[in-house]
Ligand binder design. Structure first.
Ligand code: BGC
Length: 707
């Protein structure tokens, strides 16, 4: 749906985009891996399947040693190792007493977290980042990357938001399309996860997402669809139930939604320990039970009793084999020559951080700090240790750069670090850099509000020094309401990976001009959010894995009552002012938008339309702007959001220069999911087209009539 949907032509200046920003050079073009065609791989799968015994087939559809597709040496089928995940390769030498050291690379790059990657709004960078992750997989012999994660940001408390691509389906879809192509260009299998509507980690195996069909198609499926269309060769189902059925064993989720409606043809695996009903699973379209057979541990009896058909097991095994052959996993996966690219990967990680850190506020242009005589006090919890997301996505990294060292490198003696400054010390500094944040992780959700000691620290700084710059290190939105007004500047640094603090320090010193924009809305209070109320009444968040409690508790419902009105769609339709809107992010330069032109005033459903406008850097330094295109359906037979993102482009401009930016739209961009026909409909009538620097900073407007 999203592939090829947006064609952007910008002038040569803009096309050069981003390598200049962090003073990097473009990566050399590498030979791209070509998978085998479906029919070819299918034939190969068939020929091996006929040689497999019943026992081998049954064993094959259950994972092996926690992270493997099982080898069958007799048939020359190799083991295939899987590694987590989206922000780099999670190195494991052991898991539950299984020795995994054969796949232990010496190091793997800790890339900025995916929500930071989404904040770059840079599609090419998503490709480069993912290609680098794919190369590290190949360097270590990893056949399957258990990512990208792409669940939509429905509520700010979800412990895994850092692993995903924000709240908007169009932005996520474009980034995922490029991510999948980047990973798979190396021959590594990309796994789209977690399918589907997996938007909380609060007792994650017991949440039942109640989502209507239209919202699924308009909000929760587009990123998956983009991944499918980009050729992803694996999908992982989720822990939660969707409308009453466990996703990992649901025919309506896998066979109908994923395979029929999205057109997915390759291997599906369960999330780890997420299914229990072998009979349902075998009929659902699921292929591989991870980390080993639990639901199908008695497969033989289920077959003997007629509850499971051998044909179903054959179908499952064949799907795994087909994927295995298509991605040439029968050949040598390990490619040590790729180790040479590690410095390249580190540079890509740095560039991502440079482009994804978001400057939310910058009163009186306090940033960048140019004056070398000003005294700077640095304080915060993640100054001496890297802020990072936990759980399966965790990547330790190497050459990890801590905030203290990177800021010292920029500011030397000008900067003093005090872990717990006194009020007098805060008052005495010319500028305070105050870092606050959260440690987000899979396995639980965390409060929107900061931990109280951190909240107190932020308050102490802003209340005692008017020149406080708050640096937020978190994987999701946090509550800033009590101090954001008083902070002179706020930098949202996310989890920047091993080079994130270098980027941060270069942004603070002005070596890098920030260009990140929020891929989420940050609300003032959690009760403003569309996801508010998802925790059952009377229950409270917990803050560590709680497997036993999870096993014992019953299923609870999460009702997606907001329907398609998620993220900014919610705040705009309810007239709730967020603290910081979707798409917002400042630069050290300024941009002017002008001359919007829509290629035709009327648009027949078969055509495409091109929206063109001029973007000018009106400041004195080079910078990048993310121009965003939103559409509003002026009149429609169903309720639709005030506006929806349908295209964007990131453009680099030298000071004083302007460029023409074109974004192409198709019928799909005007469509909604029509329940009556179970498909997309673009209703004739007027549509408004907005071009903006954020969802609330609209600079240009035009109209088009759909016939
Ligand atoms: C996570 C998956 C991950 C798997 C293997 C599960 O707990 O939900 O995202 O890929 O573990 O580590």
């Amino acid at each position: 749906m999203y592939k090829g949907l947006l064609l952007v032509c910008v002038t040569a200046v803009a096309c050069m985009t981003l390598f200049v920003a962090c003073n990097l050079t473009p990566r050399a073009k590498k030979k791209s891996f070509k998978p085998l065609a479906y029919n070819v791989a299918d034939k190969m799968a068939d020929s091996v399947l006929t040689l497999m015994t019943q026992e081998e087939k049954i064993a094959y559809v259950g994972g092996d040693r926690n992270f493997f597709i099982r080898p069958i040496p007799r048939l020359h089928l190799k083991e295939v190792y899987m590694a987590d995940a989206t922000q780099g390769v999670h190195l494991r030498s052991k898991f539950r007493d299984v020795d995994l050291s054969k796949y232990q690379l010496e190091k793997s790059t800790a890339f900025p977290c995916p929500v930071l990657l989404a904040s770059t709004w840079n599609k090419k960078l998503a490709y480069d980042y993912a290609q680098a992750v794919g190369e590290e997989c190949r360097a270590g012999g990893v056949g399957i990357l258990l990512g990208p994660g792409m669940n939509s940001y429905r509520q700010s408390q979800c412990g895994r938001n850092f692993e995903y691509f924000g709240e908007d389906p169009c932005l996520a879809a474009h980034m995922i399309e490029n991510y999948v192509q980047g990973v798979q260009s190396t021959g590594t299998i990309a796994t789209l996860k977690h399918f589907v509507a997996n938007n909380t980690d609060y007792f994650r195996r017991k949440s039942n997402s109640i989502v209507d069909e239209r919202s699924l198609h308009e909000i929760y499926l587009p990123a998956f669809k983009a991944g499918v269309d980009a050729g992803a060769k694996a999908v992982m189902t989720s822990y939660n139930l969707l409308n009453g059925e466990w996703c990992g064993e649901s025919a309506s989720v896998i066979n109908d939604l994923l395979r029929k409606q999205l057109g997915y043809k390759w291997m599906v695996m369960t999330d780890w320990w997420s299914v229990s009903n072998g009979e349902k699973l075998a009929k659902s379209g699921q292929d591989l039970e991870m980390p080993y057979a639990v639901a199908l541990k008695d497969a033989k009896q289920l077959i003997d009793s007629g509850k499971v058909k051998m044909d179903d097991i054959d179908r499952m095994a064949k799907s795994i084999l087909r994927t295995y052959f298509a991605m040439k996993q029968n050949e040598s996966i390990k490619d040590a020559t790729l180790l040479q690219y590690f410095p390249d990967h580190e540079r890509t990680a740095l560039q991502t951080a440079c482009e994804g850190i978001v400057l939310l506020k910058n009163e009186d242009n306090i940033l960048p700090i140019k004056n070398s005589s000003q005294s700077i006090l640095l304080t915060g919890d993640y100054v001496e240790q890297l802020a990072m997301g936990g759980g399966s996505a965790k990547v330790e990294g190497y050459n990890n750069k801590i905030m203290l060292d990177e800021l010292k490198a920029q500011f030397g003696e000008q900067l003093a670090y005090v872990k717990s400054p006194t009020i007098d010390q805060i008052k005495a500094a010319d500028i305070v850099l105050c870092n606050v944040g959260t440690s987000d992780s899979e396995g639980w959700d965390r409060p929107f509000a900061l931990p109280s000691d951190q909240e107190q620290k932020a308050l102490a700084c802003v209340n005692n020094n008017p020149n406080t710059v708050v640096i937020v290190t978190s994987g999701s939105g946090i509550r800033m309401t009590d101090w954001s007004d008083k902070a002179k500047a706020i930098l949202y640094a996310w989890y920047g990976g091993q080079t994130g603090n270098t980027a941060l320090a270069e942004i603070i010193s002005g070596k890098v001009n920030p260009s990140g924009k929020l891929p989420i809305t940050i609300e003032k209070e959690f009760r403003d959010s569309p996801g508010y109320g998802y925790i059952p009444k009377g229950e409270a968040l917990y803050s560590d894995w709680n497997n036993e409690a999870e096993r014992q508790r019953s299923v609870y419902d999460v009702r997606y009552v907001e329907g398609v009105f998620t993220g900014y769609r919610w705040y705009e339709s309810k007239n709730i002012d967020p603290l910081f809107p979707f798409g917002h992010g400042l630069s050290y330069t300024s941009f002017e938008y002008s001359d919007i032109n829509v290629s035709t005033p009327t648009f027949s459903q078969a055509d495409t339309v091109t929206v063109t406008f001029t973007l000018k850097n009106t400041g004195t330094i080079k910078g990048m702007e993310v121009a965003q295109l939103y559409i509003q359906d002026v009149e429609c037979s169903v309720p639709r959001p005030v506006k929806e993102l349908k295209g964007f482009e990131k453009v680099l401009l030298m000071p004083g220069l302007s460029t023409s930016v074109s974004i192409q739209l198709t019928k799909q961009d005007f469509s909604f999911w029509n329940l009556a026909i179970k498909s997309w409909t673009a209703e004739p009538g007027k549509f408004k087209i907005f071009i903006g620097a954020s969802s609330t900073d609209i600079r240009l407007q035009s109209e088009i009539e759909l016939q």
